[in-house]
Design a protein around this ligand. Structure first.
Ligand code: SF4
Length: 316
């Protein structure tokens, strides 16, 4: 296929890229390599399409993003003092945004899609747009969000209630997406992460919170591991300091607390680096033949909702 460069250098790793690596090598390839530079207007069509599919969303993922945005506003307001934002107004805001998004999603195509106006996976694949049920889910999530013990704690632990000089604010990380450099098996990489909320608890312990708007998944724990590693590499948390991590499932109000954090993230990244090296030459150029990155077996459940199913010839 000729010269397909440039390629991402240094390679990046994130919770979602690790999930792709662990789940389906071909998905990792589309996402991390095939889509590279697809954001440029004059990018080759195959790169452009892979990039647009990578950025594509669904009604549920959009609703989840809106809930996360409201969670950020809520936590910020809690530490600022002066009361929490009105929940019903926030719910109305999310309902309106979902309707606006749906109108736009129905008219977004490969030709007019941009990063700010992504494709809808459902529309692209001719499936029903689940706006009503995704909105109902968002509303349920927000009702539980306003009841969260974390929010309650942040509202009580504002600086005005804490002795002078103890903490400027109990929030350590909120709404921050950034990369920290890591070196794994001699390979320099960037670790990208955006933990939902990290704050200091009542006894000075570090609380790491992941808001979940969907159902529990096997990969949820792995995400917390990556966030904890990112916190330590970034210097937010000293390596010897205990982290109390929790997955908070807003749909049901269930909070899985005190999930033990281990070095699993580093182990998984190391395994990925070892595997990647089999696919990448000395100049850090990956094998460009997609066939060398295995697909999941035909009929795999994951293919049914995968954004790349067209590239794999797995559309129904
Ligand atoms: S459609 Fe299936 S095989 Fe292809 S990238 Fe997605 S999950 Fe992997």
């Amino acid at each position: 296929m000729g010269d397909l460069g440039p390629w991402p250098d240094p390679p990046t790793v994130s919770a979602s890229s690790l999930v792709k690596w662990d789940t389906c090598r071909r998905s990792y390839f589309w996402s991390s390599y095939w889509s590279w530079t697809g954001w440029e207007r004059d990018a080759p069509r195959f790169r452009r399409l892979a990039y647009l599919l990578k950025k594509a969303n669904s009604a549920y993922s959009v609703a989840g993003t809106y809930v996360h945005n409201e969670a950020i506003r809520l936590c910020q307001a809690a530490v600022n003092g002066g009361g929490l934002p009105d929940r019903d107004k926030a719910i109305d805001r999310v309902r309106r945004k979902m309707l606006d998004w749906a109108g736009q999603a129905r008219t977004t195509t490969v030709d007019n899609a941009t990063k700010a106006r992504p494709l809808s996976i459902e529309v692209y694949y001719g499936e029903p747009l689940m706006v009503a049920s995704a909105t109902d889910n968002a509303v349920a999530c927000m009702q539980n969000l306003w009841e969260s013990e974390h929010v309650e704690y942040l509202a009580e632990a504002t600086p005005k209630n804490i002795g002078p000089g103890e903490w400027a604010t109990p929030i350590l990380v909120l709404d921050e997406m950034s990369a920290v450099p890591i070196e794994v098996k001699g390979w320099r990489m960037e670790l990208w992460a955006a933990p939902d909320l990290v704050y200091e608890g009542a006894r000075g312990e570090v609380r790491l919170v992941d808001w979940k708007t969907g159902k529990e998944r096997a990969t949820d724990q792995a995400q917390l591991d990556v966030y904890a590693l990112w916190c330590m590499e970034r210097g937010t948390v000293a390596p010897d300091r205990a982290i109390r991590a929790s997955d908070d499932y807003l749909q049901t109000g269930i909070s899985r607390q005190d999930i033990p954090i281990a070095d699993r993230a580093l182990d998984r990244i190391e395994a990925m680096v070892v595997g990647l090296r089999k696919h990448v030459d000395k100049a850090n150029k990956p094998n460009i033949e997609a066939e060398r990155w295995p697909k999941l077996p035909e009929g795999s459940r994951e293919c049914g909702w995968c954004e790349y199913r067209e590239l794999c010839g797995r559309t129904r």
